[in-house]
Design a protein around this ligand. Structure first.
Ligand code: NAP
Length: 290
């Protein structure tokens, strides 16, 4: 079994980006700039935005965090998005999800200028992804593809089972894995909560990508010998032994499954850091396109 080291891989990507930023600045131009909009005081969201800002600092990007109170109305948030859309100093921005219940997430996604949509969530970018046109691939699927690419994992002709069909992970990774690219060219099955015979289906996968948000759902009997297993799941569970009071648990029972796999990610240092690195790649791309 080989552990797919998302921390090391993402570090490599950050170094590559930092070199590009150095060259940009040396040429007398301003560096790329990412803005993050944070609505409310959800602990996990604050944490994620904080990490994204630190990532920007590390590679030499500028960054802006826009903090809005939990009672922000949809109209107020849409007005802020308008401002960011027309602010020439900002190359790309994200609105950290989830949003408070009074705000319709779809309306927010629709309001973001596709050229600044570095999360790759808006219809134009999702459509371009489906058509294989230049786009911002959303961060988590992009990070998974990058991990497969950098470890030179053979995907062509393999059976890839994607567990979960969310708009941000399951659906786009299924599209990417089935495209005529490398990595890609896999035969993809998408499974979800209504799929019957899930265990047997997962056990038939050469590549199993799991994004369902159910702790340690995938057990040894669901994994084929020699399979590649990518665990996207990240659920916070209370843990009094930790300073934070919680730990992240993946969708795969790592201890049970690891010895059956050729490659596997762990909940920590796996897909998460690759997701963060992808956001930086998209921000650089947004800058270069302008
Ligand atoms: P989501 O929107 O929560 O949707 C979950 C998907 O899993 C749905 O398609 C659902 O099926 C399916 N599902 C739920 N229970 C199932 C079951 N028992 N059997 C089969 N399918 C089941 O998904 P998400 O936003 O993609 O998040 C999934 C997990 O990935 C979460 O733990 C999240 O925190 C994590 N995540 C991690 C990163 C990272 O960077 N590491 C990034 C994004 C997400 P239905 O459609 O039928 O309801």
């Amino acid at each position: 079994m080989q552990l797919l080291d998302g921390t090391a891989c993402s570090q490599q990507i950050r170094q590559e980006i930092a070199l590009e930023v150095e060259a940009i600045v040396a040429a007398g131009k301003r560096p790329p700039h990412l803005a993050a909009v944070l609505v409310g005081d959800d602990g996990a969201s604050q944490n994620y935005v904080g990490m994204k800002v630190r990532d920007c600092e590390e590679v030499g990007f500028g960054s802006t965090t826009v903090r809005m109170k939990a009672s922000t109305t949809e109209a107020e948030l849409l007005a802020k998005i308008d401002e960011l859309n027309s602010n020439d100093a900002i190359d790309g921005f994200i609105v950290q999800l989830p949003l408070p219940s009074q705000i319709n997430e779809n309306n927010v996604i629709l309001a973001i200028d596709p050229k600044k949509d570095v999360d790759g969530f808006c219809p134009e970018n999702v459509g371009n992804l489906s058509l294989g046109l230049p786009t911002f691939v959303s961060a988590t699927p992009n990070g998974i593809m990058e991990l497969l690419r950098r470890y030179e994992i053979e995907t062509e002709g393999k059976h890839c089972v994607v567990l979960g069909r969310s708009n941000i992970v399951g659906t786009p990774i299924a599209v990417l894995m089935s495209r005529n690219t490398n990595p890609g060219n896999a035969t993809v099955t998408v499974a979800h909560s209504r799929t019957t015979n899930l265990k047997a289906l997962c056990a038939s996968a050469d590549i199993l990508i799991v994004a369902i948000g159910r702790t340690e759902f995938v057990t040894a009997d669901m994994v084929k010998d020699g399979a590649v297993v990518i665990d996207v799941g990240q659920t916070r569970v209370p843990d009094n032994t930790r300073k934070s009071g919680f730990r992240n648990v993946g969708d795969v029972d790592f201890e049970q499954v690891k010895d059956k796999c050729s490659y596997i990610t762990f909940v920590t240092g796996g897909v998460g850091p690759m997701t963060r690195a992808s956001l930086l790649q998209n921000t650089l791309k947004a800058y270069q396109r302008r």
